[in-house]
Design a binder for this molecule. Structure first.
Ligand code: GAL
Ligand code: ZN
Length: 656
């Protein structure tokens, strides 16, 4: 199987999306010259070029793309070639309206934007396959071709009749009989029983709450349906070019795709990372996305897109201050990226993203942003050979599962204040602030390589996952779990006692009496080695043989355990405020034998080891000095480092 290394040539690939159909061809010459000067090694071409390549059904216009591919190759720039299937031409929606997705209420999602296709539509799929076939045939041997980029950020949902038929096929495969489906969905409640398969529909707009197990299956189905679109195109290009790696770019921590399942189908795992520059914890957010992507890739991975400056999808979009783009680029490399790319190369003058920054902004080649891009390109080429292909090793895994997220965030739950990604982020932040490097893992993965496993919030756990966690602790591992863990089985059926029995036994909990979600503005005081405030949630737990580590101090739960442990298994029934969660995890990590990468780091400084290099990244608001035992050489400047290193605001040191 080809890998990212086949595309990078053992360097760090640097570049971005290049959409030159927006410009007259004279501009292209200017583009390639500037790309060379910026040390761009590769560009992603064709992502939204469908109407340009196929102006009318079945016609092909490859002339411009031939010239473009040749020009890039002549200038030594590789191409990540996209299949253009994320944005069907207007003729498709107009002639084949059944290719357009429909919303939950049956309304049509029209063309005129992008990503307006129904993943279940055979007509869409046939056109997508045909153009992919022709692209693979035409450019499979082109010397510029480095990688295939299938589609772009698969993200559509559809509730149309074709989708309904597809959903039924998927359900028949999962359940075989309607009896099994009725049983799994609990349709005895509210007279929802399905007598025949034809009666089953996707969870469309309804009078009141929809069946949660149906909604959960629809999420699973939609991820699978989109994955079928991906694998169909992947198989076409892979058959023609078995040596060229294939990827599709994920949105970061996106709800619609089970990226664990998707990553298994890709040669290269890539992601689009857009932290908010106004978020004081954007560095931690980036680290989390990077850790997640690296874990899906099980090795080096690719930043397919980031912004050189501002984005245009928030309500207020600010640019990146000087140095921030460099800091975040090197952070990705520190956390395992072998490719750092942007959306997009030349900033648009028209269209929906004309205010979105680019590597070559409206300000031009002498503009600050482009000059910083050149610096990043130069530095990546300087350190590329040392880092490419090397690994980041972590002793801690954070467990994350899309199915649990889907099951937990349904209508009719106890608290709409619980946002799964925010909880995962809170736990990751605690470890990030403690200076501990983390992987992510699926709850059914082999966890034996980790000293510490952290479960922020896995409401749904399959029997296999439960057994896996129990075996992990029996085997000597340390486990810490957040609230509401293991409450439901794989069909979203609540487990007796409020939590799986094997887990209750593991944590020393006899019973979960009641859950006590906290209303907006309410917190709960807890006493422990140090008093802290619990947020969001509390639980009325009846311990069996657990040790209470911290107890609720007042209110209905006064005296009951907030944090308890039974040996190496810890359970945290609230979300401790950030400092307390970090302190708790530092203590647990310490007991598990996990040390921070560098001891006593100043706040806001991130340290990551990749291969034999140590990266220090300053996310703090001002300059800092980091004390370091031993002697190092700084790779980007070549200077020696002895005893300590000073990092400017947004500064980075890459130490050998
Ligand atoms: C991504 C997308 C790009 C561009 C970018 C803007 O979601 O793949 O095409 O729209 O966002 O931030
Ligand atoms: Zn549809």
């Amino acid at each position: 199987m080809p890998s990212l290394n086949d595309a990078t040539g053992s360097r760090v690939l640097f570049g971005g999306d290049y959409n030159p159909e927006q410009w007259p061809e004279e501009t292209w010459l200017d583009d390639v010259r500037l790309m060379r000067e910026a040390a761009v090694t590769s560009v992603t071409v064709g992502v939204f070029s469908w109407a340009r390549i196929e102006p009318r059904p079945g016609e092909r216009d490859f002339g411009w793309l031939d010239r473009l591919m040749d020009l890039l190759h002549q200038h030594g720039i590789g191409v990540v070639l996209a299949t253009p299937t994320a944005s069907p031409p207007a003729w498709m929606g107009s002639r084949h309206p059944e290719t357009l997705p429909r919303g939950e209420d049956g309304s049509v999602i029209w063309y005129g934007s992008r990503q307006h296709f129904c993943p279940s539509s055979p007509v869409y799929r046939a056109y997508a396959a045909a153009i992919t076939e022709d692209l693979a045939e035409r450019y499979g041997d082109h010397p510029a071709l480095r990688m295939w980029h299938v589609n772009n950020e698969y993200c559509t949902f559809c509730w149309c009749d074709e989708t309904a038929r597809h959903f039924r096929r998927w359900l028949r495969h999962r359940y075989t009989t309607t009896e099994a489906l009725n049983e799994a969905w609990g349709t005895a409640f509210w007279s929802q029983r399905y007598d025949t398969w034809d009666e089953v529909i996707p969870p469309r707009k309804a009078q009141y709450l929809r069946n949660p197990s149906c909604t959960l299956d629809f999420r699973r189905f939609t991820s699978d349906a989109l994955l079928e679109c991906f694998t169909a195109e992947r198989d076409i290009v892979a058959a023609r070019t078995p040596h060229i790696p294939v990827t599709t770019n994920f949105m970061p921590f996106w709800t619609g795709q089970d990226a664990w399942a998707w990553a298994r189908e890709e040669d290269v795992v890539s992601v689009d990372v857009y932290p908010d520059p106004t978020d004081p914890l954007a560095g931690q957010y980036g680290a989390m996305i990077q850790d997640m992507t690296r874990s899906q890739a099980r090795g080096p991975w690719m930043v397919m897109e980031q912004a050189a400056g501002a984005v245009n999808f928030r309500s207020v979009n600010v640019p990146k201050p000087r140095g921030l783009g460099r800091l975040w680029s090197l952070q990705s490399v520190a956390r395992g990226a072998d490719a750092v790319c942007h959306f997009q190369w030349r900033q648009s003058r028209q269209g929906s993203e004309k205010f979105h920054s680019a590597m070559l902004p409206h300000a031009g080649e002498h503009g600050r942003v482009h000059q910083e891009i050149r610096q990043i390109g130069a530095e990546l080429s300087r350190c590329g050979e040392r880092v490419a292909g090397t690994h980041v090793v972590s002793q801690v895994a954070i467990l994350h599962d899309w199915e649990s997220w889907w099951a937990g965030e349904q209508e009719g739950r106890l608290s709409a204040r619980v946002h799964y990604p925010a909880i995962v982020r809170a736990w990751h932040r605690a470890l990030w602030e403690a200076g501990v490097t983390t992987d992510f893992a699926h709850p059914e993965h082999d966890l034996s390589a980790y000293r510490l496993v952290v479960v922020p919030h896995l409401y749904l756990l399959t029997d296999t996952a439960v057994d896996n966690l129990v075996a992990y602790v029996r085997g000597g591992g340390v486990l810490v779990s957040g609230f509401l863990t293991g409450a439901a089985d794989r069909d979203d059926r609540i487990r007796p006692g409020g939590m799986d029995e094997r887990l209750r036994d593991l944590f020393g909990i006899r019973m979960v009496q009641e859950r006590w979600p906290l209303p907006e503005g309410e917190e709960v005081a807890c006493d422990g080695p140090r008093p802290f405030r619990g947020t969001l949630w509390a639980e009325e737990l009846e311990p069996s043989d657990a040790e209470t580590v911290a107890a609720y101090r007042s209110g209905e739960l006064a005296g009951l355990p907030a944090v308890l442990r039974r040996g190496r298994a810890w359970y945290v029934s609230t979300l401790p405020e950030p400092a307390a969660l970090s302190e708790l995890l530092t203590r647990i990590a310490d007991e598990a034998g996990v040390r921070p990468v560098v001891e006593d780091l100043p706040p806001g400084v991130e340290a990551v080891r990749r291969g034999d290099l140590l990266f220090l990244l300053n996310h703090a608001p001002g300059p800092v000095t980091v004390g370091l035992p031993g002697q190092y050489r700084e790779l980007l400047t070549g200077g020696p480092v002895d005893g300590s290193v000073r990092l400017e605001r947004h500064g980075v040191a890459v130490l050998a």
